[in-house]
Design a protein around this ligand. Structure first.
Ligand code: SAH
Length: 390
């Protein structure tokens, strides 16, 4: 697609602008139907001839400030233009800026006048590497729940089905594959490449596509939502374009709790033991505070193949504040075909049985096991004698 940079004297007619553009394209064997839009300096935002031309041809008109334009390197800078409008180039710089990354300047600056016609036009044409669409893109940050399709919200389901592009870690994309439809672009990547995934999603949304970024569970709980929004902010996002929408999902702690009864009934918290993005001292501080404050605690990312020590340390910290018979649930791959549930206690906790697909629920001082169930009372009042927590 072509972006035409235009500078013109005040009062130049739309007729002269049109004939300049048409003739320049013809002379350079460029098709006018490939023109994506017209670009200029913001001083020209109210230039009648330019506005009229864009309206007649139904083309977008983009204006840039003199600061933006002077930052662009051009083949034909002019000191006279710089003195007049504060940038050494209007047409070449505007064309290159509008055409975006890796723009190719196909026609260098030319000045056109016509006999018997007032005004003058400078024109330059840059070719954009990217297809131009006038759609504004959207980023949908979608939580797909813990595993089974039944545990996805209807809103998240339809987001996944409607998106132009679905991006996610391979395992999670596989889990939602029955919702995908032909014609969608599906991009999967290894779990470690979260940052690349976020960047790719933003690129595609800025291109005008509707992009669903999926995370398991809730996308705002140790998921992609925070990362993508951080990256957007770093890239100068105005908060509006691309449009962002977050679709909540059932997070691991809710799913796990449901499978073992009602362990989260009183105040609870979630702590991730992954020290990739958080210093371990901070994690330890939070474990200590949660243990001391008697929060029911859900431990995410408890143990990986290389990160094996932390869960043992967490257990020791909790044992300083809770009795050894405090109930603990190890819930692995909840709502997936290989789901595995183990009820144990803080004292007997076998850290070897825990891996990255496990969420660990640690009861508070009044949580109790009843058969295969964990029950945390709704309050601390109403305990009979003998049940009073120490
Ligand atoms: N966004 C996800 C969490 C991602 S962090 C959510 O809201 O659930 C990854 C950790 O979440 C895992 O190490 C594990 O502790 C937990 N987790 C995620 N899915 C799980 C599942 N189906 N069963 C058990 N734990 C799970």
């Amino acid at each position: 697609m072509l972006w035409v940079g235009i500078g013109c004297e005040r009062g130049t007619s739309s007729r002269l602008i049109a004939s300049t553009i048409d003739r320049t394209c013809r002379n350079h064997h460029l098709s006018t139907s490939a023109i994506a839009g017209i670009a200029s300096i913001d001083l020209k935002a109210n230039e009648v001839g330019l506005l009229g031309f864009c309206r007649d041809r139904n083309l977008p008109f983009r204006c840039f400030s003199s600061e933006e334009l002077s930052a662009i390197e051009v083949p034909n800078p002019s000191a006279i233009v710089a003195a007049e409008v504060g940038t050494p180039s209007v047409s070449e710089a505007a064309a290159i800026l509008a055409a975006g990354d890796e723009a190719d300047l196909r026609v260098k600056k030319q000045i056109v006048r016509e006999e018997g016609e007032a005004g003058a036009v400078t024109i330059a044409i840059a070719q954009s590497q990217q297809e131009f669409t006038d759609r504004t893109g959207a980023l949908w940050l979608v939580g797909t729940g813990p595993g089974s399709l039944e545990q996805i919200t209807p809103a998240a389901r339809s987001a996944i089905a409607q998106a132009d592009v679905v991006i996610g870690y391979l395992l999670y994309v596989d889990l939602v594959s029955p919702l995908l439809r032909p014609g969608q672009i599906i991009e999967t990547s290894p779990i470690t490449q979260e940052r690349q995934r976020g960047d790719r999603a933003i690129d595609l949304a800025q291109w005008g596509l509707t992009v669903a970024v999926i995370s398991s569970g809730d996308c705002g709980i140790y998921g992609m939502a925070g990362l993508v929004m951080e990256q957007l902010q770093q890239r100068g996002w105005d908060g509006k374009t691309p449009k962002v929408e977050v679709f909540p999902g059932i997070t691991a702690l809710q799913a796990a709790a449901a499978r073992v009864g009602a362990p989260l009934m009183h105040d609870f918290c979630a702590i991730s033991l992954s020290d990739l993005l958080t210093p371990w001292e901070m994690i330890e501080k939070r474990l200590t505070a949660a243990a001391a404050a008697d929060f029911v605690t859900a431990i995410y990312n408890p143990r990986s193949q290389t990160r094996t020590q932390q869960i043992g340390t967490a257990r020791k910290i909790f044992l300083q504040h809770r009795k050894a018979d405090t109930p603990v649930a190890l819930v692995r791959s909840v709502y997936r075909p290989d789901e595995q549930i183990t009820l144990t206690t803080l004292g007997e906790l076998d850290v070897e049985a825990i891996d990255m697909l496990t969420v660990v629920l640690i009861g508070n001082q009044s949580t109790r096991q009843h058969g295969d169930w964990l029950i945390t009372p709704r309050g601390y009042l109403g305990f009979g004698a003998g049940n009073t927590p120490s």
